[in-house]
Design a binder for this molecule. Structure first.
Ligand code: ADP
Ligand code: MG
Length: 407
């Protein structure tokens, strides 16, 4: 194995540039797109947007490292749409991404950005949907194609699509895509684009594979890194507590009392748990209500509105039922159960620490949860501090070593 620093030396001649423009106007965004952005409620560019849009519009290759949720789609989407020639019939921009969900999402976002440019055609090409539907979309000569690598190759081999006039190729979530085994497919695809195609790579981490592809297909790439620090970063203190079964309820109540928490969301994985927990908390005289998928929509809306207004203090909910609750001053989130999906962890804890307030996320970890927890730490790069609950509800750092997210 090569030592790590050797990998760095292989990076394409990186240039650190990109000034932080403060408005979309300063970035040279055209009136139609500005209108669309206004309609979407985006008033100012995010840091990654202000830093990469200039170089992209200048035709530079870009490799950008940025965590999720920093606004990467618009960062490449706006320059792509702005530079399209609507008269051309060839595919001008190609976006590769790892999953069908992302594919659909990106295509939707781009369509919104192009809402005042009705002539712009965008197609989404991904596995799992009928080839025919996609063939029809491709026959309409899309300007932009968003695709998962495998399905795109399939269409290429059937000559449903030609990418030999592509101006810009984007690899979104590059690390994820290459990690999922698409590296050969991605190479094959890039090999079919013109040699001077502008290649833009967006990735949460710069893995070995990402660097290899960058080395091979980019020239004098502008390298940009955006951290989740600073303003963007929510102030969430993440705490793990060894507790399971019935113990969790009493631990939770002790903490709520000790910290005098008045605005709390408790997440559980199952509808039944949510109901039982909600009813028990109520019986204990707590100001509480709950949301699960069994409640009729009218009732759910009422509960949500009530929590927003502050009519009660503790909301117990499943992940799905909690979607769309937008409250910005939750003091603490409890993970009564460890979420089934890694990304739920982020969604859940994101309910607190909003709008620059400090928040707290407390996760109960049972004997059998060690691996799930490790996974979450790794996936979410979560910095979770292990603590114990005293009789009076005070939290003390646990003896056991606090595992760090490994990178
Ligand atoms: P990433 O790809 O980095 O994970 P996305 O492009 O999906 O991030 O954007 C994350 C969220 O931020 C989306 O909900 C998007 O609509 C929103 N967003 C993007 N750019 C802006 C902006 N300039 N102002 C406000 N919200 C934005
Ligand atoms: Mg993205």
């Amino acid at each position: 194995m090569e030592p790590k620093n050797q990998v760095n030396e292989r990076l394409p001649e990186a240039v650190q540039t990109g000034s932080d423009a403060t408005t979309f106007e300063q970035l040279g965004v055209q009136p139609e797109t500005l209108r669309a952005l206004r309609k979407m409620g985006f008033s100012t560019p995010t840091p990654i947007q202000s830093r990469v849009m200039g170089p992209i519009m200048d035709g530079r290759d870009v490799i950008a490292k940025a965590p999720t949720g920093t606004g990467k789609t618009c960062a490449f989407g706006i320059p792509l749409i702005e530079s399209l020639n609507e008269e051309m019939k060839d595919v001008q921009a190609l976006i590769l991404c790892p999953t069908r969900e992302l594919c659909v999402q990106i295509a939707e976002d781009l369509r919104r950005l192009a809402m005042y440019r009705p002539a712009v055609r965008i197609a989404a090409i991904y596995g799992g949907q009928s080839m025919n539907t996609q063939v029809q979309a491709l026959q309409k000569h899309p300007h932009i194609v968003v695709a998962t690598p495998g399905r795109l190759l399939d269409h290429m081999s059937r000559r449903n699509i030609f990418i030999d006039n592509v101006y810009t190729a984007v690899l979104d979530e590059a690390d994820e895509m290459l990690r999922m085994g698409f590296i050969r497919d991605v190479r094959k695809i890039l090999d079919h684009t013109p040699a001077d195609t502008q290649v833009l790579m967006f990735s949460a981490t710069i893995s070995r594979d990402v660097m290899d592809v960058a080395w091979e297909y980019q020239r004098h790439a502008v390298q940009i890194e955006v951290q989740a620090e600073g303003e963007n970063r929510p102030h969430i203190r993440q705490i793990g507590i060894r507790s399971q079964g019935q113990q969790r309820l009493s631990d939770m109540e002790k903490i709520i009392d000790a910290l005098e928490l008045k605005r709390v969301i408790v997440f559980a994985n199952m509808k039944a748990t949510v109901r039982v927990l909600g009813e028990r908390l109520k019986r204990h005289g707590r100001s509480c209500d709950y949301l699960n998928g069994d409640l009729p929509q009218g009732q759910r809306n009422k509960v949500m509105a009530g929590f927003k207004k502050g009519s009660f203090e503790i909301l117990v909910a499943t992940d799905v039922a909690a979607r769309g609750i937008d409250v910005d001053d939750v003091e603490a989130v409890f993970n009564y159960d460890i979420p089934d999906e890694n990304e739920y962890y982020l969604h859940r804890i994101g309910r607190t620490g909003r709008a620059r307030r400090h928040g707290m996320a407390i996760t109960f970890i049972g004997e059998n949860d060690t691996f799930r927890m490790r996974d979450i730490r790794k996936y979410c790069r979560a910095d979770i501090q292990m603590m114990t609950v005293g009789e009076d509800g005070t939290l003390t750092e646990a003896e056991e070593e606090t595992e760090q997210a490994d990178s």
